[in-house]
Design a protein around this ligand. Structure first.
Ligand code: SF4
Length: 231
């Protein structure tokens, strides 16, 4: 039996419904949500690594005006590319983007591969980014786990043990794969990311107004702790 079947995921359907309903009301309008171009999604995802959304938005627009296609980026001079990136920091990212564009043109006829597995062969595309491109650009049922999604899934479905251990990381990838409703990866993954950024935040989760509060393990553990202190 695969590891995928070795744990239960109670409240999965309730969670899916509550999350999608929350998303319908609260979703962020972000420029990369208006495209399914895999290259545009790739650019946004690399820019968003360790960088705030509001800093990425203007640079994303500027970048795509200058390099609107994977071919345009592949043809560009690397020094110009680095110059265009200026202001975002973590400067290995434009070098990686440029190299991914060149390999995409040279090996894949200018179209990024569709499968997460093939995407992960590019230096600079990790498991998360591969899942983002596969689900946001190609609509594939691929999970993703970034800092926000990890925290949300940990709190709702686990809430004990070390969130940042390797074993927990594996487990949470499994949870992310199992909670994903088939055929809704774009919406569901976007919803998870927004929920982590806006509702279930790291320091001040808004539990009092949260649609998951009735079945969130973290919330229950907090309530039990408060009850013990008050006893
Ligand atoms: S109840 Fe609180 S901890 Fe649980 S998912 Fe909602 S905001 Fe996050």
């Amino acid at each position: 039996m695969s590891r995928r079947h070795q744990f239960r995921l109670p409240n999965k359907v309730k969670f899916q419904r509550a999350l999608l309903a929350w998303f319908a009301e609260h979703r962020r309008d972000l420029p990369w949500r208006h495209t399914s171009d895999p290259y545009h999604i790739l650019v946004s995802e690399l820019m968003l690594q360790q960088t705030q959304v509001d800093r990425v938005e203007p640079k994303y627009r500027e970048w795509l005006e200058k390099y609107p296609s994977v071919e345009a980026l592949a043809d560009a001079d690397l020094n110009d590319v680095k110059q265009t990136w200026k202001g975002l920091g973590y400067n290995i990212r434009p070098v990686r983007l440029h190299s991914i564009a060149r390999e995409t043109v040279a090996t894949y006829g200018g179209e990024l591969p569709r499968s997460a597995e093939a995407l992960r062969r590019f230096p600079g595309i990790g498991r998360y980014t591969a899942g983002a491109i596969a689900s946001f650009a190609y609509g594939q049922d691929e999970p993703l786990l970034d800092t926000n999604v990890r925290r949300v899934l940990f709190r709702i479905f686990v809430a004990s043990g070390m969130m940042k251990s390797t074993a927990m990381e594996h487990h949470l990838w499994e949870v992310a794969a199992r909670v994903l409703p088939k055929g809704q990866a774009w919406e569901f993954n976007s919803a998870l990311m927004d929920f982590g950024a806006m509702q279930c935040t790291a320091r001040t989760p808004r539990c009092a107004t949260c649609p998951m509060a009735a079945f969130c393990r973290y919330r229950r553990a907090q309530a039990a702790q408060t009850g013990r202190k008050g006893a």
